[in-house]
Every structure is written in C-alpha cells, then in structure tokens.
Design a protein around this ligand. Structure first.
Ligand code: HEC
Length: 148
C-alpha cells in the first residue's frame, strides 16, 4: 500500500513537472530574440517589439494561423486582398466580437506598419535567407569542431 502511494506521488510530480517544463520552454522560445532576425518587420511580427502586437501569437510564426487563437492563415492575404486593405486590418483590426483582431494604430508607427507589410509580403524569401545563413553557420561550426 505504501509503495503504491509513493508511486502515485512520483506520477503526480511528473504530471506537474511536464506541463511546467513545456510552458517554460514555450516562454523561452518566444522571448529570446534570435540574433539572426534581419528584417525589422519580422522583429515586430514575432512580438519582440511589443508582445501585444506580435502577430505570431495569433497567426503563428509562419503565418499559417493558429488553432490556439482564432488567427487565420495570412500567407496569401497581401496577394489576395492587397496591401492597402491589409494595412487597414493592422491599423484598425478586423471582425467583431470575441474572434476579432484588434487594431494597432496606437502601438505601431507608420514606418513599422510598412515594415510588417513588407515582411509578410516577402516573408518566405526572407525566411529562406535566414535559414540559409543559419545552416551556413552550422556548417562552419562543424568544420571548426573537426579541426579542434
Ligand atoms: C489577438 C490576435 C491577433 C493578433 C495579435 C493579430 N491578429 Fe490578424 N487576425 C486575427 C483574427 C481573429 C483575424 C480574423 C478576423 C475576422 O475575419 O473576423 C485576423 C485577420 C487578419 C488578416 C486578414 C486575414 C483574413 O483572411 O481574414 C490579416 C492580413 C492579419 N490578421 C494580419 C495581422 C498582422 C500583420 C498582425 C500583426 C501586426 C496581426 N494580424 C495581429 C487575430 C490577430
């Protein structure tokens, strides 16, 4: 009987520990600014300038949308709806009620809005540039490690 109880305790500890770790990792991965962000629009998009404005928390890091919030896939928005309309969404929000997107007119400067627009227009290109640089850095590190 005693054995069983301590087993339960361990299980309970594990159950508490796991979600804690996951939350912690999520937190870390969202608050640590990768040094490799080269585009100012990406910086804003990911929420490093102001977590409230971070589009990624609703639309996902890659714009595919997020099942946790109600943010839709926006990868094609600029092509489909045009830059002007998307600018309006960023400034004044979209939709009504609980599922609406807030506007950020009071949180972003005009220049910052343009930077976000540019990033989400070209983000696949920008992302692949960043990835290419990351893997080039990785290869360099491997070579250095081999030399040592
Ligand atoms: C709090 C969550 C949230 C944040 C933060 C957010 N959005 Fe949204 N966004 C939404 C929701 C929800 C919709 C859908 C609104 C509707 O149609 O009712 C939406 C719609 C959009 C749309 C139109 C897509 C479509 O198909 O309707 C674009 C483009 C967009 N958001 C871009 C952005 C950008 C860029 C940012 C960052 C500056 C951002 N959003 C920040 C929640 C968010």
């Amino acid at each position: 009987m005693k054995k069983l109880q301590s087993k339960h305790k361990k299980l309970l500890a594990l159950l508490l520990f796991l979600p804690g770790t996951i939350l912690f990792l999520t937190f870390i991965s969202q608050t640590t600014a990768p040094e490799d962000i080269k585009h100012p629009g990406q910086y804003i998009y990911l929420g490093y300038k102001d977590p409230d404005v971070g589009c990624a928390r609703c639309h996902g890091k890659t714009g595919r949308g997020s099942w946790l919030s109600d943010g839709p896939d926006i990868r094609d928005s600029i092509r489909k709806e045009g830059r002007d309309r998307v600018r309006e969404y960023i400034l004044h929000g979209k939709g009504e009620g609980d599922d609406a997107m807030p506007g950020f007119a009071d949180k972003l400067t005009e220049e910052e809005v343009e930077q976000v627009l540019e990033y989400i227009t070209y983000w696949e290109k920008i992302d692949s540039l960043v990835q290419a640089r990351e893997s080039a850095n990785g290869m360099q590190e491997d070579q250095n490690a081999q030399r040592r």
